[in-house]
Design a protein around this ligand. Structure first.
Ligand code: AMP
Ligand code: MG
Length: 364
């Protein structure tokens, strides 16, 4: 299959040109006819198909090589469309939508019959998001209003934040790829389950538990199964159980006091280099010249979680581009948005972590 590349000329904040709109209209037609289109969002690139057509959802799973029990998020471009696909919509959903939509928040609600089981992985709930990216919104409108879209990567690889990685993974597999520049946030939406009381966060993201809690007036917890990999619990978001976001090289996180982390990583790098491995490090800007590794990737200023999230997946992909075999990352503070970064980093590392503050529990 030949994949069309559609380039959007939008300058951030300037809106879309008539030519952009025409091209998006064309991409919408591809989805309406049962095809797939990758498109930019404020989080990562999505791989979109008609959410109400079982055949389209099947094509999404096939293009990604994604296990079919891992449900898709349905993207909408108007809040009132929630009522078309969800039933018993609770007051909390309306409150959260008022504050966080359009934006990087996905809500799990009870599904209506109209949403096929192929889209929800057989669940009787549906994940819904109203993205803020203007290209995403126009595409959803042009596609008929309900676009099922997981991240536009081959299953198991880091989500694409730049179009070159979408092209790498999806070229030849789908109808079109819309190039809309880099996603601002860089990691996937927060998922909150509103079918339980109190609501539970199933995947941390830019919208933190504190932000959700402040709107709902109650403390919000994260699904225990994803906080502690050793809990033996099954994550409520089926996708969270898969190893994910992984670079091809082995990644280990080292957490602890700054200087101790530095010297431990340097020790490990020395051993790996002696064994002939190509090595890499993810560290804050301040430590850029303090590691002896083949590839050093900077996550931004220390404590700048927004910048770290924005860069994370491109960093993981760049290690693959450079064939790095052993990678070490400094840990991030787990407060606020940092929780989402550590969640993704831990998954990328297959939960291999050396915590210098505790007894070592790396599982090498
Ligand atoms: P992705 O599309 O790659 O961002 O992944 C979507 C995530 O949403 C996966 O972790 C899914 O398991 C999760 N998800 C989608 N629908 C549901 C649902 N109805 N209930 C729980 N989790 C869901
Ligand atoms: Mg994904």
């Amino acid at each position: 299959m030949e994949t069309e590349i559609i380039r959007i000329k939008k300058d951030k904040g300037e809106g879309l040109s008539p030519e952009d709109l025409k091209n998006i209209e064309h991409a919408g037609e591809i989805i309406k006819k049962g095809g797939l289109v990758a498109f930019p969002t404020e989080t990562v690139y999505g791989l979109g198909g008609n959410a109400l057509e079982p055949e389209s959802s099947k094509k999404i799973y096939a293009a990604k090589g994604r296990p079919s029990d891992n449900p898709l998020i349905v993207h909408i471009c108007d809040f009132k469309d929630v009522y078309e696909i969800a039933r018993d919509v609770p007051e909390e959903a309306v409150k959260l939508a008022e504050v966080f939509w359009p934006g990087p928040l996905t809500m799990i609600l009870k599904k209506k019959e109209i949403v096929p089981n192929e889209t929800t992985g057989g669940l009787d709930t549906v994940a819904i998001r109203f993205p803020s990216d203007i290209v995403a919104r126009e595409l959803i409108r042009a596609s008929g209003g309900f676009v099922a879209a997981p991240s536009a990567n081959i299953s198991g690889r880091p989500s694409p934040t730049e179009v070159k990685y979408v092209i790498e993974d999806m070229s030849g597999r789908i109808g079109a790829i819309i190039d809309g520049g880099e996603g601002e946030i860089g990691i996937e939406s927060t998922i909150v389950d509103l079918t339980v009381n109190p609501p539970v966060v199933l995947r941390p993201g830019f919208i933190t538990n504190e932000m959700i809690g402040s709107v709902l007036g109650e403390g919000i917890e994260t699904d225990r199964a994803i906080i502690d990999a050793d809990s033996g619990l099954k994550p409520k978001a089926p996708g969270m159980k898969y190893r994910h976001y992984a670079p091809k090289g082995e990644l280990v996180i080292v957490e602890g006091k700054d200087e101790e982390v530095l010297s431990r990583i340097n020790e490990l790098l020395k051993e790996d280099r002696a064994s002939g491995f190509k090595t890499g490090v993810i560290c804050c800007d301040e430590n850029s010249d303090r590691y002896d590794a083949d590839a050093i990737k900077l996550s931004g200023k220390k404590g700048d979680t927004k910048e770290a999230a924005h860069r994370l997946y491109s960093i993981l992909r760049s290690f693959d581009d450079e064939n790095v075999e052993k990678i070490y990352s400094e840990g991030f503070d787990r407060e606020g948005f940092g929780a989402a970064i550590m969640n993704r980093l831990l998954k990328a590392a297959g939960h291999k972590i050396i915590n210098l503050n505790q007894v070592e529990r790396g599982r090498k």
